[in-house]
Ligand binder design. Structure first.
Ligand SMILES: Cc1ncc(COP(=O)(O)O)c(C=O)c1O
Length: 381
């Protein structure tokens, strides 16, 4: 009898093997039928499915309390798959200014395809009812938002979406499933840039969309059509990241809280945006819909001008000047000059971001080292 090379004596490897195969030999025509009819999770071709990717999908689905999950090449690929799957020409989409900058580019593509778009400030999400139309098909939001960490009331948005017969999609990248479970609050789909906290080590790009089995089937159809399937090696790195995710999320959020509290008292920091602060406008809703902390990202203004923020960042020794977030290292950047470059200049400051606003993603370092770094750099402002 030939042995299965992955489990020669029935002992399962501790890590899901990286299966780099493009295609798979069918055991029989009956197996081929079962796979193509969706009766079994079998494999035919990498663009369709891959066992290493599938293992990660199941792990993320479980973290989000979802029936299933589709993993893909990047966070923006995940968002794009959601748009392409559920929007058609003539549909109306509500987006918030306070979402990751590349959505602006995506909105130009969607408008070219005939989708109508309304943009709202996340701090005015309570007015969404006034913007809903007969053809509103989708509301897409982040909470906390990027980069100002505004908090959107997911349950309230769900009530409005439900009334309109629209889908509610929440990008849970900033909060992570450790702190927030949007599906339990009525969201139809949760989207992630798994490049961030889920992966966590600045070494992979991936996206994830979690929801019901029916939605999995819809999104799987799109992924197979457009070919945004993640490679097995990145899936393996993501699986490794997920193993320490909860521990990292807890530490990132504790570090973010410590830095937010310190900065909130600092005379050279006129504004701190972090939902964990009792004075933050989003605190009350955040307490209701988040748990075990408020996430690892905060934003704050440094001094009066962009030069102050630049001087501050240049003086930092431990916090690293880079984009991205949710990593083991603390990362800091000026959104106006980086993540928001995708937007026209006048749009970048229209919803509260300033030229001297910095976004800080807490890592898992010792908090006293982070606070010392902030203190010394602020002395130079
Ligand atoms: C909240 C959020 N969503 C989506 C994305 C896009 O993810 P990716 O860079 O993996 O495409 C980002 C990227 O920074 C993000 O911050």
């Amino acid at each position: 009898m030939t042995q299965d090379p992955l489990t020669p004596y029935g002992n399962r490897p501790m890590v899901t093997p990286i299966v780099n195969a493009v295609n798979y030999e069918y055991g029989s025509f009956e197996v081929l039928r079962q796979i193509t009819d969706g009766e079994i999770d079998g494999y035919t071709y990498h663009r369709d499915d891959n066992p290493t990717v599938r293992a990660v999908e199941k792990a993320i689905a479980s973290m989000e309390g979802a029936e299933d999950c589709v993993v893909c090449t990047t966070g923006m690929a995940a968002c794009t798959m959601v748009y392409l799957t559920y929007l058609s020409a003539g549909d109306h989409l509500i987006l918030f200014h306070d979402i990751y900058g590349a959505h602006y580019k995506m909105s130009l593509i969607l408008e070219k395809l005939g989708v109508q778009i309304t943009w709202l400030d996340a701090s005015r999400s309570d007015t969404i009812g006034e913007h809903i139309r007969d053809n509103t098909r989708m509301i897409f939001c982040e909470t906390p938002t990027n980069p100002l960490c505004k908090v959107v009331d997911i349950a309230a948005l769900h009530r409005e979406a439900d009334r309109a017969g629209a889908l509610l999609i929440v990008d849970n990248t900033f909060a992570t499933p450790y702190h927030q479970k949007p599906l339990s609050l009525g969201t139809d789909l949760v989207v992630h840039s798994a490049t961030k906290g889920l992966g966590g080590h600045n070494d992979l790009m991936a996206g994830a969309i979690a929801g019901s089995k029916d939605r999995y089937n819809d999104l799987w159809f799109t992924r197979q059509a457009i070919g945004t399937t993640l490679d097995a090696y990145s899936a393996s790195l993501l699986e490794r990241g997920l193993k320490t995710f909860e521990m990292r999320a807890e530490k990132m959020s504790a570090n973010a809280m410590a830095m937010a509290e310190y900065l909130a008292e600092h005379p050279k920091v006129p504004r701190v945006c972090y939902p964990g602060l009792k004075t933050d406008p989003g605190h009350e809703v955040a307490v209701r819909q988040m748990h075990d902390g408020f996430g690892g990202v905060l934003a704050f203004d440094v001094g009066e001008e962009q030069e102050d923020a630049k001087r501050f960042i240049n003086e930092l020794k431990g916090l690293l000047h880079a984009v991205s977030l949710g990593a083991t290292e603390s990362l800091i950047c000026i959104p106006y000059l980086t993540t928001m470059l995708y937007m026209p200049e006048e749009r970048r400051t229209s919803f509260g971001v300033k030229k001297n606003t910095v976004r800080l993603s807490a890592g898992i370092e010792r908090p006293e080292l982070l606070l010392e770094d902030l203190e010394k750099a602020l002395e130079k402002v």
